[in-house]
Design a protein around this ligand. Structure first.
Ligand code: CO8
Length: 308
């Protein structure tokens, strides 16, 4: 079986052959081949992906301290990892989580937005678009195991998954808080949220830049489940099993039916959307707002340090 999988997936062959030749008793060692094919692990600087072939489920763990912010490097690695899993037909499900103690993802890298050139700013936004297009349209079942705060683009990442489970810690927050930075969520951010929680809740949330604690997020439908932190991954695995019990083709066509319209809209307007973002972010007034926001973060950090 493992050999058949490896023969279909030619890229796995070199690994398999080295496993075969490393058997100490000189015969084909079926059990080591089996183990070699059951799990694969890939690590890049900002994330680790564990794929368990026996369940068809991969776990992507983001590990870019201090806050898993969406920098150009981070987004590039994220998209490459996602693409690899998408191309492997034996991978049917993906759980996304963070290795950092209190943060799932802090959203767009604000440092990269400050004083950036229009070219770099355009590249960054193109990568954010790419992340969303890939994740929102993924054929895999995608589950966000939100184990920390998740503002802005971090919330978008979670919203782009099929299902969201959040660790029940009142210090964690999630939401599209762009207006509190003096910026405006893109139309596809807005529509991803309103497809999830409805128009009125989205209108209030975006206008006020609301960040919800887990209880509030559950009440508004921004997340589907909240669980104690130590139960997060097992709950995600259980939810995944439920989703994977549905035949792939039926689930995938349904997902496409629900999401295609907005995906097509961004695909048709990608370049205009990039120009709009670059024009907006590079304005002096917006740059000033971003710097003020960064200062506020620094002050908040300093006051936490001095608090008794
Ligand atoms: N980007 C870059 N650096 C960040 C970010 C970020 N998004 N967030 C925090 N940092 C930095 C801090 O400045 C700090 O740096 P340093 O150590 O050098 O002082 C470091 O990360 C650690 O931060 P904290 O001490 O605040 O860490 P905590 O664990 O106490 O808190 C939080 C973590 C909750 C994530 C907190 O840092 C926070 O609230 N950050 C702000 C995040 C935010 O507001 N993100 C939204 C960004 S906007 C977005 O994603 C969408 C943009 C869409 C634009 C559309 C326009 C058309």
């Amino acid at each position: 079986m493992a050999l058949r999988v490896a023969l279909r997936n030619k890229s796995a062959l070199p690994g398999l052959l080295s496993q075969l030749s490393s058997c100490s008793h000189g015969r084909v060692c079926a059990s080591s081949v089996f183990v070699a094919q059951q799990r694969s692990n890939s690590t890049s600087p900002k994330m680790t992906v564990d794929f368990d072939q026996s369940t068809g489920v991969a776990v992507m763990r983001m590990k870019s301290p201090p806050v898993n912010s969406l920098s150009l490097d981070f987004l590039t690695e994220f998209c490459i990892s996602l693409e690899k899993l998408e191309m492997d037909k034996s991978c049917r499900g993906l759980i996304i989580t963070s290795t950092l103690p209190k943060v799932f993802s802090a959203g767009l890298d604000i440092m990269e937005l400050c004083g950036t050139s229009p070219e770099r700013c355009g590249e960054l936004w193109k990568a954010v678009q790419e992340m969303w297009l890939k994740l929102y349209s993924s054929n895999m079942v995608t589950i966000a195991a939100v184990n920390g705060s998740s503002p802005g683009g971090g919330c978008l990442m979670a919203l782009s998954c099929d299902y969201r489970i959040m660790a029940d810690n009142p210090r964690y927050t999630i939401g599209l808080n762009e207006t509190s930075l003096g910026i405006v969520a893109a139309f596809w951010f807005k529509e991803t949220m309103s497809n999830t929680v409805g128009h009125r809740t989205t209108e209030m949330a975006l206008a006020l830049g609301l960040l919800y604690n887990p209880n509030e997020a559950l009440k508004t439908g921004l997340v589907d489940q909240i669980v104690p932190e130590d139960k997060l991954m097992t709950t995600a695995e259980q939810a995944m099993a439920k989703w994977l019990a549905i035949p792939d083709h039926a689930r995938q066509i349904t997902k496409s039916m629900m999401r295609k319209q907005i995906i097509d809209k961004l695909t048709a307007k990608r370049e205009a959307d990039i120009q709009n973002f670059v024009g907006f972010i590079t304005k002096d007034s917006i740059q000033k707002s971003l710097r003020v926001y960064l200062e506020m973060l620094k002050k908040r950090k300093a006051s936490k340090k001095t608090a008794p």
